[in-house]
Write a protein that binds this ligand. Structure first.
Ligand code: IPE
Ligand code: IPE
Ligand code: MG
Length: 234
């Protein structure tokens, strides 16, 4: 990497292009998801090595349930294997959190998710937020419902509804994403981190997620370092 690097505190990645990667090789789509899961693990360790505080990865959207059952089951099974293998690699200084609506998941998966979130990883360098059954709109609806409940119970008044009170109720621990990377050539958010991306820098890359390397990540950080963030100021 070049020397004038500004490290973002919170990076979001839309892990896209698994299906096209598999198709190009004449493989089933789930083979692309498998390779994508390996790249995810490598990238989280890379973020830890660089000292990135938060990495949020988009693994399964609220819209992805539209896909064939076989593919959805494949993604969920990959999540199971990842969470089981994680248990053996304890103390990696990477904390795992899930963002999204956990209610529709099978009990065994929910248990694995809880275990991962409560695992002792030693001193935390990077918190990896896995967006699973996540939608930016769903996240805002969830926060609004929570506020409505507090108002109904008399714990909150109308004047207490502020940007902060909404931010505090989001699934994501951190309300700002500094940099959002989307590989695969698509240039859209697809319902990822809507609230948190108000002032994010976007880096779109042509590489498919299963081919994404640590060098690609570094290139995105270099690009981010060259940006001039103004937040509405001058
Ligand atoms: C992203 O890759 C992974 C998930 C949405 C689960 P895709 O499966 O969307 O890959 P493409 O976009 O079809 O290539
Ligand atoms: C976004 O990718 C969701 C994930 C990467 C998990 P999609 O492939 O679902 O997005 P669209 O359909 O191309 O917008
Ligand atoms: Mg896609």
């Amino acid at each position: 990497m070049t020397d004038k690097i500004i490290l973002p505190e919170h990076v979001g990645i839309i892990m896209d292009g698994n299906g096209r990667w598999a198709k190009k090789r004449g493989l089933p789509r789930n083979a692309g998801h498998k390779k994508g899961a390996e790249v995810f693990e490598k990238t989280s360790r890379h973020c830890r090595d660089l000292g990135i505080k938060y990495l949020t990865v988009y693994a399964f959207s609220t819209e992805n349930w539209k896909r064939p059952k076989e593919e959805v089951d494949g993604v969920m099974n990959l999540m199971r294997s990842y969470l089981k293998s994680m248990k053996k690699a304890a103390n990696e200084h990477i904390a795992v959190r899930f963002i999204g609506d956990k209610t529709p998941f099978d009990d065994d998966l929910k248990a694995l998710m809880d275990e991962a979130e409560n695992a002792d990883v030693g001193e935390v360098i990077t918190t990896v937020q896995i967006a699973l059954n996540y939608g930016g709109r769903d996240e805002i609806v969830h926060a609004v419902k929570d506020i409505a409940k507090d108002i109904k119970e008399g714990k909150l008044s109308l004047d207490d509804i502020t940007e902060d009170s909404i931010s505090e109720r989001l699934y994501s621990e951190t309300p700002e994403a500094d940099l959002i990377i989307r590989p695969s050539g698509e240039e859209r958010l697809s319902n990822f981190l809507l609230w948190e991306s108000a002032y994010s820098e976007f880096v779109f890359m042509d590489v498919l997620w299963p081919d994404f390397t640590n060098e690609d990540f570094d290139k995105a950080i270099e690009e981010y370092s060259r940006r001039n963030r103004r937040f509405g100021g001058i």
